[in-house]
Design a protein around this ligand. Structure first.
Ligand SMILES: *[C@@H]1O[C@H](CO)[C@@H](O)[C@H](O)[C@H]1NC(C)=O
Ligand SMILES: *[C@@H]1O[C@H](CO)[C@@H](O)[C@H](O)[C@H]1NC(C)=O
Ligand SMILES: *[C@@H]1O[C@H](CO)[C@@H](O)[C@H](O)[C@H]1NC(C)=O
Ligand SMILES: CC(=O)N[C@H]1CO[C@H](CO)[C@@H](O)[C@@H]1O
Length: 247
């Protein structure tokens, strides 16, 4: 039996190079590198294409070695891992913080703790109804080169609270470290959960439009500022949870 590995080398040059390693049982490695870029090759992929994503509830631990209240004691293992990759690609790390835990969180400006997980949610893989305080965002400074994609709660359907959170994001994290904002997480699963069962794609688009407009306005951005990442969709939808969706 043979197995094949395909590695896409990310280069700064305009020429994309595909390295095809064919590894037979003997462990000899044969590298086939095309002399010329095929006429129908894709354009070079941006070296910053690989990104990093953290669930909101675990980001602090990766960033700050459990010292959550301030940015001392950065987690050097995480810093080294991210540096090892971005050192190769010569890019600033794109780090998305969010996910389902964030999407079901609320923001509490007077809370000293970075986040509080309700007792009923402790021990769950993805706890819901987490309360976030301003100090949650302090540890973001531990990746000083980061270009963050910051997720904003949408499942909770509380625009004014999400605007408060967005404002705090820009207060604590330097704007030069914010690459994009993302509204919600996997909203194709909201219907029948975070929204009524009849909530359609048209409803989703309409509410996203209202939310992005209102959040931009609250942050003092022009309506056309390109600050939003596209929504992230769940591949597990419908009654069976079959990837790709059954409903
Ligand atoms: C690209 O071009 C080659 C040679 O003309 C052809 O064999 C191949 O099928 C093409 N690939 C795609 C994805 O179009
Ligand atoms: C940061 O946290 C550490 C550990 O809890 C503490 O010793 C230090 O005083 C804190 N620094 C600030 C500025 O709050
Ligand atoms: C803000 O949201 C409301 C609906 O809640 C909508 O009517 C309005 O157009 C939105 N504002 C912007 C600037 O998009
Ligand atoms: C309790 C609650 O609001 N749960 C929601 C959390 O977010 C997901 C989407 O990421 C929704 O589908 C849940 O309904």
């Amino acid at each position: 039996m043979r197995w094949f590995s395909l590695t896409l080398a990310l280069l700064h040059t305009r020429e994309a190079e595909v390295v095809l390693g064919v590894q037979p049982e003997t462990n000899d490695r044969v590298i086939i590198s095309p002399q010329n870029v095929p006429h129908n090759a894709s354009r070079a992929i941006s070296p910053s294409f690989p990104g990093f994503a953290f669930e909101e509830m675990s980001f602090c631990y990766y960033a700050a070695d459990l010292t959550l209240r301030n940015k001392s004691n950065p987690n050097q293992v995480s810093q080294n891992l991210i540096q090892a990759i971005t050192g190769k690609t010569q890019t600033q790390p794109r780090i998305r913080v969010g996910g389902t835990s964030l999407d079901n969180s609320s923001y509490h400006p007077d809370q000293a703790e970075p986040f509080i997980i309700p007792d009923s949610q402790k021990g769950k893989g993805i706890p819901k109804n987490i309360k976030i305080g301003p100090s949650y965002f302090y540890s973001f400074a531990n990746f000083p080169q980061a270009q963050y994609v910051v997720d904003i709660p949408w499942a909770t359907n509380d625009l004014s609270n999400s605007i408060l959170l967005a404002k705090e994001v820009y207060k604590v994290i330097d704007a030069s470290n914010i690459y994009a904002l993302e509204i919600g997480n996997e909203p194709n699963n909201y219907h029948g959960n975070a929204r009524p069962s009849g909530w359609s794609m048209a409803d989703l688009a309409s509410q996203w439009h209202d939310w992005s407009g209102n959040i931009s306005k609250a942050l003092g951005f022009s309506e056309n500022k390109k600050i939003y990442q596209a929504i992230a969709l769940s591949s597990e939808t419908g009654t069976t949870g079959f990837p790709g969706g059954t409903a």
